[in-house]
Ligand binder design. Structure first.
Ligand code: ATR
Length: 274
């Protein structure tokens, strides 16, 4: 009976576009795990009720996406260290005693994609992180753990970047500034964590920021290269990368948290690109 199969879902609003069911069903097939994974349209201000209803109907765990990651952070009974510092939860795990644990696999997904799939060396590198919203906050600590020489967070609203840099760490490795303050600086990797791509825009940053051989990473993805990827190519980037790998890697880590098995990601990535 279908109801005997463990149920998972991704909750967000909008949600119809989500590729997570495709990815998790591919993981399930690959690992032989029996599970169903669906899309759940969350309702503004009713997130807690939506989650409770899903779990009452037999749900075992949830992925959480825009705009509910902070609601999830507030809802759960306990948090992993990385979710705590991200102030956002993208994975809810129902513990055996019924309590809810919140984790955040976004940052790990990004770092794995950069290091293992793209073979970029983060240790001792200079990283520019564009944006100071939830997407940046979510990846900052895992990026720091990869031991870069420097992370500069730059944001259209400079004060938010400065606040994020000082809020999350006292390390001198991290600094915050406005987009205008970047002129003359050089980076090995520029990561776009802004929402500018939603309107096919690129943050207004100076030319010449990218070191020779440097790369550009857009946390967004689409069927075609994003505006930021096109910008990177124009700046002579050695590699321009979209966020599909991050999506698959964060999903793999969520799958591992729920099922105790880490799926292989390369073939799933290939399928998604196909
Ligand atoms: P998310 O949770 O996805 O990070 P958010 O908290 O709304 O979403 O943050 C969006 C980020 O994209 C912010 O850093 C925002 O800059 P501001 O803080 O100055 O608003 C940034 N952003 C959005 N549109 C942008 C644009 N056209 N150019 C540059 N930055 C942009």
């Amino acid at each position: 009976m279908a109801t005997d199969i463990d149920q998972y879902a991704v909750i967000g609003n909008p949600i119809a576009h989500s590729k997570s069911p495709l990815i998790h069903h591919a993981f399930a097939e690959q690992t032989g795990e029996q599970l169903e994974y669906s899309r759940l349209l969350g309702e503004p201000k009713r997130f807690a009720k939506n989650v409770a209803d899903f779990l009452a109907a037999g749900g075992r765990g949830l992925n959480v996406t825009v705009p509910f990651k902070e609601d999830a952070w507030q809802l759960v009974d306990e948090l992993s260290v990385r979710a705590e510092s991200a102030r956002a939860v993208n994975t809810i795990i129902q513990l055996d005693d019924g309590r809810l644990r919140g984790d955040n696999t976004d940052g790990m997904g990004l770092v794995r994609d950069l290091q293992e799939n793209q073979h970029l060396k983060l240790a001792d590198s200079r990283i520019l992180l564009l944006g100071a919203g939830g997407a940046s906050r979510g990846v900052l600590r895992p990026l720091l753990e990869a031991n870069p020489k420097q992370i500069v967070i730059a944001n259209r609203t400079a004060s938010k970047a400065i606040a994020l840099a000082s809020d999350l760490t006292t390390l001198e490795v991290v600094a915050g500034c406005g987009l205008n303050d970047l002129a003359g600086k050089r980076f090995d990797l520029i990561i776009n964590a802004t929402a500018a791509g939603l309107t096919d825009q690129v943050p207004d940053i100076p030319n010449g920021l990218l070191e020779k051989g440097g790369s550009c990473y857009d946390m967004m993805y689409g069927d075609k290269p994003t505006a930021f990827m096109r910008w990177g190519l124009g700046q002579g980037a050695a590699k321009v990368i979209d966020g599909l790998g991050m999506l698959v890697e964060q999903a793999a880590e969520s799958f591992y948290l729920w099922r105790g098995i880490r799926p292989e990601t390369a073939t799933v990535m290939k399928m998604m690109r196909g």
